[in-house]
Design a protein around this ligand. Structure first.
Ligand SMILES: C[S@@+](CC[C@H](N)C(=O)[O-])C[C@H]1O[C@@H](n2cnc3c(N)ncnc32)[C@H](O)[C@@H]1O
Length: 253
């Protein structure tokens, strides 16, 4: 399918597409159009001139590149499996650092009870798909009964946003969207989405119980993972220490 010929995407209203996931359709069309060697853009064996051409396809925001689509929609591309997984949890959600609110819009369109917040400096109101409260992580203290949704909160290792969310959040379930330790092509082996200190603290307090592969742009290795809070109190069982968590209903897609 031709993006410019057959898809209407130029305004937020058109991109909302009545709750249909237009971003996923544009992602599929883009990936079909890309040259076969696009994934080699960071291969050191690639000729310099070719790398320049490929990087331009991926990152030139004056064209409809991956980076431009990430700005218009979201960093990770949502798919039906991820949206269904979250709506099947049947739990209210609070989204931290929602950006344009595109995932949040799709989730609400699928019946999820969702509140979103962001400091709302990066994305102006006319770029947003859904209501986003202006706030920092301290708002999370009000929502211990919601699932925390965290998609690409940290711009780089200097950001403390994800870690601040973790310390203010008193609920039991976290959904993480993006890259994680070792699942990245970035020179930062903690990935491009959440800081090292956040991921270490997350693994200390929470247990990863589900993982859904997301569509990935060249150079990304994205997933949706679900983390459940472990009992803080370790229990010694015949010399071994365990932290209890209910491990029923694990999903790996
Ligand atoms: C990289 S963007 C990701 C946006 C969106 N979640 C996505 O996946 O496309 C990070 C977002 O976190 C927000 N953010 C960063 N620090 C924040 C803070 N201290 N309080 C609230 N929002 C913050 C930024 O404004 C930005 O919208």
């Amino acid at each position: 399918m031709e993006i410019d010929g057959e898809m209407q995407w130029q305004t937020v209203e058109l991109r909302k597409c009545g709750g249909d996931n237009l971003y996923y359709k544009m992602y599929c069309a883009k990936m079909e159009q890309f040259p076969a060697d696009v994934h080699r853009f960071c291969d050191p064996q690639l000729q310099h001139g070719r790398r320049r051409e490929l990087v331009r396809l991926l990152r030139n925001v004056d064209e409809l590149s991956c980076q431009k689509l990430q700005i218009l929609f979201s960093f990770s591309v949502p798919n039906a499996e991820a949206i269904t997984f979250i709506s099947d949890l049947n739990q209210p959600v609070v989204s931290a650092g929602a950006g344009t609110g595109y995932w949040e819009y799709l989730l609400k369109s699928h019946g999820v009870d969702l509140i979103a917040f962001d400091k709302n400096i990066v994305y102006p109101p006319e770029m947003r798909y859904s209501e986003i409260v202006t706030s920092g992580p301290e708002i999370l203290e009000q929502f211990p009964d919601r699932v925390l949704f965290l998609a690409w909160p940290d711009i780089d290792e200097s950001s403390t946003f994800s870690l601040d969310c973790l310390s203010d959040f008193k609920g039991d379930i976290i959904l993480h969207v993006g890259e994680l330790l070792g699942e990245t092509l970035s020179a930062n082996h903690w990935g491009q989405s959440t800081s090292r200190s956040f991921q270490l603290a997350l693994a200390e307090e929470f247990c990863c119980l589900s993982r859904i592969k997301l569509p990935n742009w060249p150079g990304h290795l994205d997933s949706l993972t679900m983390w459940k809070r472990k009992s803080a109190q370790p229990v010694v069982c015949d010399g071994a220490n365990f932290h209890y968590v209910n491990t029923k209903c694990r999903v790996y897609l």
